[in-house]
Design a protein around this ligand. Sequence first.
Ligand SMILES: Cc1cc2nc3c(=O)[nH]c(=O)nc-3n(C[C@H](O)[C@H](O)[C@H](O)COP(=O)(O)OP(=O)(O)OC[C@H]3O[C@@H](n4cnc5c(N)ncnc54)[C@H](O)[C@@H]3O)c2cc1C
Ligand SMILES: NC(=O)c1ccc[n+]([C@@H]2O[C@H](COP(=O)([O-])OP(=O)(O)OC[C@H]3O[C@@H](n4cnc5c(N)ncnc54)[C@H](O)[C@@H]3O)[C@@H](O)[C@H]2O)c1
Length: 459
Amino acid sequence: MQSVDLLTIGAGGGAYPAAFRLAKAGRSVVMVDPKGVMSGNCLYEGCIPSKAMRETAVMLQSQRRFATRGLSGSMRIDYAQMIAHKDAIQARRYQQHAAELAAVPNIRLLQGVARFLSPHEVAVTTATGEQCFHCAQIILASGSEVFAPPIPGAHLCLSSHDLYKPDPTLKKLPGHLIVIGGGYIGLETATFLAAFGAQVTLLQRGEQVLDGMDPALVAQLTPLLDPRVRILTGVDVTAVEASRRGRRVRYRRKGKNEQLEGDIVLMAVGRRPVIPAGTVEIGIAVGKKGVEVGAGLQTAHPHIYACGDVNGRVPLFHAAVRQSLVAAHNILGGNQPLDYADFSHVPTTIFTLPAAAYVGITPDQAAARGMALVTGRYDFAEDARAQILERTEGGIRLFFAPDGLRLLGGWVLGIDAGHLIGQIGMAAASGLTAYDLARFADQHPTSAEGIGKAARSLF
Ligand SMILES: Cc1cc2nc3c(=O)[nH]c(=O)nc-3n(C[C@H](O)[C@H](O)[C@H](O)COP(=O)(O)OP(=O)(O)OC[C@H]3O[C@@H](n4cnc5c(N)ncnc54)[C@H](O)[C@@H]3O)c2cc1C
Ligand SMILES: NC(=O)c1ccc[n+]([C@@H]2O[C@H](COP(=O)([O-])OP(=O)(O)OC[C@H]3O[C@@H](n4cnc5c(N)ncnc54)[C@H](O)[C@@H]3O)[C@@H](O)[C@H]2O)c1
């Protein structure tokens, strides 16, 4: 039995920021992850590889838009080269993380699978046998995995893992991709592959894609998506089968049995938390969304924290990182909840083409709570940068409390959405008002000018 101050189960965004902070504070730290590398699923098969593909799609779209505006010619995708570029980015970041790890003496990454033996004891199964640790503190950050629904033939589908992992299973662009699930992964991937030239049919169970996002924002986003993405809602998929072309999907829609054939099917109906063996047995409560935590991210055992996707609160990388740091601060504070994660101001972007982003309270949530909002508006149709890029769709909306005009939330649809929403989120989390935003003169000609202009639309 080896003794450590902190052991993290997982080495992703929910784990390594705390691991480094505590190691720098002189604690002995072991991170355990079967991947044997840092950064979890975000770098392995999530944020980074998917956005690497997206940027290629953005460049392709931009060139097409400018084919008669000075960038003549016709570009086409070389899928294999694009994958090689994606793989190279992943490899480069793994190297960078290895160097970061090597620079801190009292932290070690152990390749293996961890399980709880008791509230202070963890066993790790490695390729060379089992190692046991007595841990003063534990951060449970085992993340999430692809959810496979009990649909006959589901095993014939690919998942985001197969598209985005290093040396992915999917090596060439399909002619017709069928996507089951209209959430973040389904819609993002549909728009990237459509930009590369694939036909895509997306099958969504409910009446709205991106359920959970404000319906008014979704209604503005979907008509702007590539017409090569055909969205069918209200679909109940009954089976996936092998066919001569590749795959056949059978489903019921509007009371009728229908079927579709495609080259491949992407199953993207959600992810579920990964709960290490022994978690429940040692008395940690696991609810429908994941491990249950209090405001300081502590489980039923005050020295065991659960951060990131495993607690299901906001399954995004930057939310996991912030939670990890909250746990580190509370550990340094002697397991007193001195720091809290702010789950109400996490900027969220769907990186479709175009992207849509939101933060804080949006009209749909306000209506559900019986709250009134005052809306500041700015349309990209009048924006200098949007006009230069010939991408004038969408705009910025800011939502303020009627008394005092405090910023409660906002959304952005169109250019630079993922960047602008961070600035709006920072303003909302800092308690700024429309007056504060209106008097700050942001840079010309950037789309960030639009934030001040949206605030000034009220005066
Ligand atoms: C395709 C895709 C695209 C995404 N795009 C974005 C995006 O653009 N922006 C964004 O913010 N988020 C995005 N996400 C979500 C983001 O990847 C996650 O929110 C983030 O990775 C969560 O970090 P985590 O540390 O909680 O978990 P993970 O990254 O899942 O890391 C958990 C780690 O724990 C390890 N583990 C599991 N069980 C054990 C065990 N028993 N013992 C030891 N180790 C274990 C796993 O191997 C894994 O490496 C995307 C996800 C996917 C799948
Ligand atoms: N840009 C980003 O930040 C980003 C990108 C990708 C993934 N992610 C994270 O990964 C998580 C998982 O993404 P996801 O897209 O797999 O899940 P999701 O929960 O976002 O969406 C799943 C969708 O599938 C639908 N669905 C469920 N069962 C179905 C069925 N049987 N048939 C048809 N549709 C069905 C749901 O109604 C939902 O719309 C996201 O919640 C998000 O946290 C984030």
